[in-house]
Design a binder for this molecule. Sequence first.
Ligand SMILES: NC(=O)c1ccc[n+]([C@@H]2O[C@H](COP(=O)([O-])OP(=O)(O)OC[C@H]3O[C@@H](n4cnc5c(N)ncnc54)[C@H](OP(=O)(O)O)[C@@H]3O)[C@@H](O)[C@H]2O)c1
Length: 302
Amino acid sequence: MSSNDSSSPRRNRGDVLTTVTYKPYPTVQALGRAPLHGPSIEQHVVFILGVGPGLGLAIAQIFAKQGYTVAIASRNKQRLDGWAKELDQEIRSARKALNVAVNDSSPQSVAFACDVLSPEAIRKTFQDIANTWPNKRVGTAIFNASIRKRGPFLEQRPEQLQDSIQASITGGFTFMQAAVASMTKNNEGRGGSILVTGATSSIRGREGFAAFAASKGGLRQICQSVAREYGPQHIHVAHIIVDGLIDSQQARDFLGLQKGQRFGNDAVLRPEEMAKAWLFLASQNESTWTFEMDMRPAREHF
Ligand SMILES: NC(=O)c1ccc[n+]([C@@H]2O[C@H](COP(=O)([O-])OP(=O)(O)OC[C@H]3O[C@@H](n4cnc5c(N)ncnc54)[C@H](OP(=O)(O)O)[C@@H]3O)[C@@H](O)[C@H]2O)c1
């Protein structure tokens, strides 16, 4: 039976338009008030892989300010431990304001050492999170790590391509597999969100970026595939195309900015402003899911 066949349930979305008993919808609310999609705040862990001082940390902070338990991971555990302590305090204050109980004996934010080049390490980190909070589960999984080695095409070595692919494609694939497995396990709760950081290279190759573009493009296709397969099981996959330079000390040093100078507001992406989009995507109601969002500063060429 083809999907054009008039008897096909797909023809008039007969397979989609299921019905439930009518209850009025809530009225329009201010942004940031909706709970995250997935388990309730008491049972929800937001997990971010690839946390440095830029976007990764800003994303962790925005979810902490909403009172959600946050797990952060990258290679430098010592640096992460300091941030986890600060996030813990942030989460406790937010919960107090929201009147949500906090279990004082368990930390609300924990750092994990994880190298995205190792699929075993990624799977182990999910297991470590489950062991740390046995009564919670990952409800929002954020993949932010990547390896970008640019250079003239003829000078790019196969190992550079291999690293980019291993980080974004194998790493992203493993991360999403582990996230989906934990979100569908025992049919607990109602799915969750998987948010994946992309770049201009996710949709456009350019000079010097062959390896990175191949890996980011592949990651985007994995996101599309998982979104289509697991949307019906209440898992929201969203891919965010970061189309511009993210403000950071590293970028300021690289571009030769003097002490006391910064980039204009319209020239670079600011992590604390970007993070609002991750919160927005994770709180979308399942009636209205975004698969892809792109963002750039006002002056960016595109
Ligand atoms: N920066 C930009 O201008 C820009 C532009 C477009 C898109 N993006 C995308 O934005 C994301 C990163 O945001 P950001 O640049 O602001 O960085 P960030 O969130 O400040 O830090 C990302 C962190 O990823 C970690 N990481 C690197 N390699 C890793 C590995 N092998 N395993 C585990 N973690 C690793 C690093 O921490 P450790 O050293 O502790 O491992 C790094 O600090 C990436 O997906 C990138 O492709 C960035």
